[in-house]
Ligand binder design. Structure first.
Ligand code: IDP
Ligand code: MG
Length: 156
């Protein structure tokens, strides 16, 4: 199975609450690989591009005002089935409904301030990675310990 890449954002509430280290630590401890990392401020234009599927929804104005309210940390994450693995680690959208043990389940009670974004499929992942990272900002490398994280038939 091919290693996948997915776009993760630590949203402004995670930065404000000093939870970036905690969230990054969970990703690293899980065994996923960080292949890109930056802090930036999402502009209204970037928000509309990222959340194109939500722009016409009633909650969009509140979402834009939240996601542009402070810096975010963008993380490109790689690993076997990284997209689904990250979605499972994140938990349900609404923190009140997310299971304990998930990021949203452990750290929040909000549907909007839910700490983390993760691409929801392969098409979204490539679209969103291209929005936040230039190709040369995504680093391909082979850690020496890679064979300790997954068998050869689990990776491309
Ligand atoms: P996801 O982040 O779990 O994929 P989406 O439905 O794609 O959830 O929504 C994108 C983001 O918009 C959510 O993470 C959350 O911050 C916000 N959001 C989703 N639904 C609502 C809502 O009904 N009211 C306010 N904000 C919402
Ligand atoms: Mg979504």
């Amino acid at each position: 199975m091919p290693a996948e890449r997915t776009l993760i954002l630590f949203k402004p509430d995670a930065v404000e609450r000093r939870l970036c280290g905690e969230l990054l630590s969970r990703i690293e401890k899980k065994g996923l690989k960080i292949v890109g990392l930056k802090m930036l401020k999402v502009t209204p234009e970037l928000s509309k591009q990222h959340y194109a599927e939500h722009v016409s929804k009633p909650f969009y104005p509140l979402l834009e005002s939240f996601i542009t309210s402070g810096p975010v940390v963008a993380v490109a994450v790689e690993g076997p089935e990284a997209i689904a693995v990250m979605r499972t680690m994140m938990g349900k959208t609404n923190g009140r409904e997310s299971a304990p043990g998930t990021i949203r389940g452990d750290f929040g009670v909000s549907r909007q301030m839910n700490l983390i974004h993760g691409s929801d499929g392969p098409d979204a992942a490539s679209r969103e990675l291209a929005i936040y990272f230039k190709p040369e900002e995504l680093i391909s490398y082979q850690p020496i310990l890679a064979p300790m994280f997954a068998a050869s038939d689990e990776l491309a």
